[in-house]
Design a protein around this ligand. Structure first.
Ligand code: WTA
Length: 658
């Protein structure tokens, strides 16, 4: 992987504003005051095994206790809580029902058309058991991979929990991915079944999910998939294959509502979730049972500190890690009421988020900077027209948040009454790693502040040495933590090389390289600068430039393609593609449209290039590497600075400038 310091990492923010936790926030927080945070940091540092071991015993239910806390004898392959047996669905459901919380609401769901469901812990427990039994009936057992390709409906959470109940790892594929992308993920994970819906609502249109599943499976393209379970959501007409397809509403309600949880080893796989990397195809990030459960549970508790009768809402989709950890597992493991919303702000209802907050009296709201920036652009009159007084804590995730957006969020949405927590983490980390604890850590707009207790984050140079204050470098984590990914599905070499061997300290220790650039200020606060590899972040969606390039070159007219991110006021980054055409193909508007559509078909609408530029050649080094740094400057209309001496053909640059 090449590290080309880009403008992104050279930008040094000078931000002087500091917001201390108010006395009200401090007095109502479990972790109140900086000293308490510091004590936790110190005890995690002085005896990590005791710190994590105590937390695991306290926060999770164990059918059989673990023997060791961490086995790091074969780095970078960690084993946490070996010997222990637990079950994630038990931790999310049974124990709450047994503790008298059966009648409390687990999920409040609102569909895009406005239909609402409130599901108690007891009801959720029974639905999960029935679904688990239904999966068993169609031949799914421990270790079998279950793929989900679903809209944001309660059945998505129910299916995830049902999988964890019977020990069948799930692989949730975001419903916005194309059938091609779905097929790749089904085959890579060797999925046995796909759970889907006839369709889902998205911006007042219907997305035909079942149709996409049919085309992914066409001509036996996914030989491991034996069955498809379909939730009826939109009631649109679908083609039904009686040899393979089952309706959820026929199969599930007929099952018994009792299903004993499988006793899972701590290190049994809980799920695989595909995410984009800097090379090749998306990688299946593997998370296992106990460590992930503990990390989602603890981080949720530390950061959001949800009180009895409070309502929590995270706007993510269950197709992403944020949905896994902070819509489903974190809140439910803590016995909290979690809101699931199928819709997004859309022309027919631009105030959808504020309406949901007002209607359900949301106390804790967790969303992405891209949404905040979009609202900021359209002005405060819209949010001002809703009653947002129930809010007490605001969170952001997924991309760097600029200080202006952070301030706007605090002032306009939080009415200067809510702390803002900017949480840094990744699919790979399982849960949040760097974030303010609202009752303990003063915030600065644009900074994710300090690592959570037990997380030893640092900023280092290419030799793995810590850099000085204010200097940019690579963001790393120097110790294993329970929620860390365990491997890349089917490719442990890739896991080792891309995360743990890219930066190798002289002492031979293993440090986790996140792929982000960062700097620390004089207070030790972390400022995340964005990716330093070939991953881009478009509206909080993580995409590999190589994936989009492969999609483009798979089009018959394209010879070569290079994709870069261009900074975008609202989306964070937008996608710019530089393309050379095959032989005598001519550039036409038709072809331009066709190429964009081709990327949508290959990956999904989230990867559609915002701009495609045609050129006769791409700038390359003498060894044939595309010089993306130059393309990034060109895409953003900046002057090309820095060294161009390695450029093979200087004329290429002149042509591109023109
Ligand atoms: C970026 C999403 C700055 C970062 C949870 C990371 C952030 C990638 C933040 C992971 C933040 C996430 N500030 N950047 N608070 N949170 N990122 O795997 O570049 O979809 O590497 O996980 O998002 O994206 P992923």
């Amino acid at each position: 992987m090449s590290f080309e310091p880009s403008a992104r990492i050279e930008t040094v923010l000078s931000e002087g504003r500091v917001f201390k936790p108010s006395s009200k926030v401090q007095s109502t927080s479990t972790i109140s005051g900086f000293e308490k945070y510091q004590q936790m940091v110190d005890s995690a540092k002085s005896d990590p095994n005791k710190f994590w071991g105590d937390a695991a015993l306290k926060e999770l239910h164990w059918f059989e206790p673990f023997e060791t806390v961490l086995d790091w004898s074969n780095p970078p392959f960690a084993r946490w809580f070996d010997g222990g047996k637990t079950n994630v669905s038990y931790n999310c459901l049974d124990r709450h029902v047994l503790n008298g919380k059966g009648e409390e609401i687990a999920i409040i769901w609102e569909g895009e058309p406005g239909d609402i469901r409130r599901i108690t812990y007891k009801e959720l427990f029974m639905e999960v058991c029935k679904t688990a039994n239904a999966l068993k009936q169609i031949g799914i057992g421990k270790g079998d991979l279950v793929a989900l390709y679903m809209p944001m409906i309660p059945e998505a959470a129910i299916a995830m929990l049902a999988c964890s109940r019977i020990g069948a790892p799930h692989s949730v594929v975001f419903g916005g991915f194309s059938s091609e992308a779905l097929r790749d993920r089904l085959n890579d994970g060797e999925a046995k079944v796909v759970i889907t819906a006839d369709g889902g609502y998205r911006k007042d249109k219907i997305i035909s999910l079942k149709k996409a599943v049919d085309s992914a499976l066409k001509n036996n393209a996914c030989p491991t998939v034996n069955s498809v379970l379909i939730v009826q959501r939109t009631k649109e007409k679908i083609s039904f294959n009686p040899e393979r397809d089952y309706w959820w509403h026929e199969l599930v309600p007929a099952q018994s509502s009792e299903c004993s949880p499988e006793y899972m080893d701590s290190e049994d796989r809980l799920f695989v979730l595909y995410t984009s990397g800097s090379t090749g195809k998306p990688k299946g990030v593997v998370h296992t049972t106990a460590g992930y459960n503990l990390w989602a549970h603890l981080t949720f508790q530390w950061i959001f500190d949800v009180k009895k009768d409070e309502i929590y809402w995270c706007t993510a989709d269950v197709g992403w890690i944020t949905g896994h950890s902070y819509i489903v597992y974190g809140p439910l493991s803590n016995g909290v009421t979690t809101v699931m919303y199928e819709g997004v702000p859309r022309p027919s209802n631009p105030g959808a988020f504020w309406e949901v907050i007002q209607k359900h009296k949301i106390n804790i709201f967790y969303t992405a900077p891209t949404a905040i920036r979009a609202f900021m652009k359209s002005g405060r009159s819209l949010p001002d027209s809703y009653d947002l007084s129930s809010l007490r804590l605001l969170g952001t995730v997924g991309e760097p948040i600029n200080p202006e957006a952070w301030m706007w969020y605090m002032e306009v949405i939080g009415r200067n009454n809510c702390p803002v927590v900017d949480t840094w983490w990744q699919t790979e980390t399982g849960g949040v790693m760097i974030s303010p604890l609202p009752g303990a850590i003063p915030t600065k707009p644009g900074s994710a502040t300090l690592p959570l207790p037990g997380i030893e984050a640092d900023v280092v140079n290419a030799d793995g040495d810590s850099v000085n204050e204010q200097e940019g470098g690579y963001l790393v984590v120097k110790r294993p933590w329970p929620g860390m990914m365990r491997t890349v599905h089917g490719d442990s070499k890739r896991f080792r090389e891309s995360y743990w061997e890219f930066l190798k300290p002289k002492d031979g220790s293993y440090v986790y390289f996140a792929g982000d650039g960062a700097r620390r200020d004089i207070d030790g606060y972390f400022w995340i600068m964005g990716r330093v590899d070939d991953v881009i972040n478009v509206s909080g969606h993580r995409l590999g430039t190589m994936e989009i390039e492969s999609a483009l070159v798979s089009h018959a007219s394209v010879a070569e393609a290079a994709v870069v991110g261009r900074s975008d006021e609202v989306k964070g980054e937008s996608i710019v593609a530089f393309v050379t055409l095959e032989g005598s193909n001519e550039l036409t508007d038709e072809l331009l449209k066709d190429l964009k559509m081709h990327v949508v078909n290959e990956i999904g609408v989230i990867a559609r290039p915002d701009e495609i530029r045609f050129t006769n050649a791409l700038p390359k080094t003498r060894s044939g590497k595309i010089m993306r740094r130059l393309l990034r400057s060109l895409a953003s209309g900046e002057e090309v600075k820095g060294d161009t001496s390695t450029l093979e053909d200087k004329n290429v640059l002149d042509e591109l400038r023109r």
